[in-house]
Design a protein around this ligand. Structure first.
Ligand code: NAP
Ligand code: G4F
Length: 348
């Protein structure tokens, strides 16, 4: 039987990579997106070119639904009849969750409840459900963090994800649903949203080299994160739902770096000293911080056979190269431009 996957958050970073992966495996894929006042499907436009959604038998289609709108979720479940549901949709920015706590909780915590409840009410017992849980749930718990580490969330986002984690578990225990959590540590890519720290840095470097920006303003440079590649992590997500039983899994690289390290590595690729181009500002500090995240993915390695393929250095290079390419620059051309830039920035 052909597998049918429903992906919420399909226009997001992970949604776009997961859609590619599932289409390559022969799945029929339905994405949902909420209405936006301006097109924001850049991450999946290439999939629309490959799959004509005017064809009734198309392998890929996107419909409007919203995690804050139960009826839209019920409608798409009834009409599409998925065999697997991947709930990736969220207000995913931790810093912004301090400013939009109520809507973050609505989308990220009540949203998964609406989806799980709709699946249960539809009597779709065989549907496999994936919840995009997060290492942000560990919050102030010291590293390394595994499935056994207590949750100590530090933000409205973290609290919302803890609620969704337990709602997913509760549906597994109470109703026997195949409902699993992936506890994913930070994962990045050239498709990362522009206001997450990694992408903000690589995009800003490309703008500095192109002469469009002088300095980057950043907040806490001492924060430590376990950064992996989104393309690797969607493979982990898929494997979690193919496992023989529903369960909760940490997905992480097991390597930790500071924001400073990320700056050093990416600026270093162009032989630049990051301290010449970065201003630290309180504007980007959060009311509470998660100081250090380092994942122990032993369980996923053992039970799912999952492991990351892209390391920290390759990730930095991949993201920087992509942002430079968007400015029409190869790495060599950018290095040449950076040489001219360096003395000017140092006031020479
Ligand atoms: P992302 O790029 O921000 O994508 C999230 C998607 O959710 C966006 O496409 C967004 O749509 C959609 N969305 C937001 N509110 C919605 C609503 N009310 N109804 C329907 N869709 C809505 O995030 P990501 O990096 O791909 O992450 C995917 C999931 O994994 C998220 O749940 C995130 O919290 C979680 N997670 C991410 C990481 C990470 O490091 N990337 C780590 C752990 C967990 P719009 O484009 O319309 O805003
Ligand atoms: O890139 P970030 O915004 O990611 P954060 O807060 O770790 O959250 C990401 O990872 C979570 C998994 O642990 C996901 F659940 C979540 O959806 C998201 O994908 O910030 C990383 C670190 C933080 O400590 C932040 O304070 O970088 C620090 N930082 C310093 N200056 C900054 C900045 N973060 C942002 N976004 N912008 C800055 O200017």
């Amino acid at each position: 039987m052909t597998k049918r996957a429903l992906i919420t958050g399909v226009v997001g970073q992970d949604g776009s990579y997961l859609a590619e992966l599932l289409l390559s495996k022969g799945y029929i894929v339905r994405g949902i997106t909420r209405r936006a006042s301006y097109p924001h499907t850049q991450r999946i436009d290439h999939l629309f070119k490959q799959h004509d959604d005017r064809d009734p038998a198309t392998q890929f289609r996107v419909t409007y639904a919203d995690l804050t709108d139960s009826s839209s979720l019920g409608n798409v479940l009834q009409e599409f009849e998925p065999t697997e549901v991947y709930n990736l949709a969220a207000q995913s920015h931790v810093g912004i969750s301090f400013e939009t706590g109520e809507s973050t909780l609505d989308i990220n915590a009540i949203g998964p409840f609406r989806l799980l409840d709709s699946i249960r009410r539809a009597g779709a017992k065989d549907v496999r459900y994936y919840q995009a849980s997060s290492s942000e749930m560990f919050g102030a718990s010291p590293p390394p963090q595994s499935e056994a580490t207590p949750f100590l969330p530090q933000s409205p986002y973290g609290v919302s994800k803890v609620a969704a984690f337990y709602l997913t578990r509760m549906h597994r225990i109470a109703y026997g649903m195949f409902a699993s959590n992936g506890i994913l540590f930070n994962h990045e890519s050239p498709r990362r949203g522009l206001n997450f720290v990694t992408r903000k840095i690589t995009l800003s470097i490309s703008q500095i080299v192109a002469g469009e920006l002088d300095r980057i303003q950043l907040g806490n440079l001492d924060a430590k994160r376990d950064w992996g590649f989104s393309g690797d992590y969607v493979e982990g997500i898929w494997r979690i739902l193919q496992h023989s039983e529903p369960d909760d899994f940490v997905i992480a690289t097991g390597e930790m770096h500071t924001v400073r390290d990320f700056l050093g590595k990416t600026f270093g690729i162009l032989d630049l000293d990051w301290e010449d181009f970065v201003t630290q500002t309180d504007r980007f500090l959060r009311p509470a911080e998660v100081p250090a995240l380092l994942g122990d993915a032993t369980k996923a390695r053992k039970l799912l056979g999952w492991k990351p393929t892209v390391g920290f250095d390759e990730l930095c290079r991949m993201m920087l190269e992509s942002d430079l390419a968007a400015k029409g620059l190869t790495l060599d051309q950018a290095k040449a431009k950076a040489k001219l830039l360096k003395p000017r920035r140092r006031g020479a």
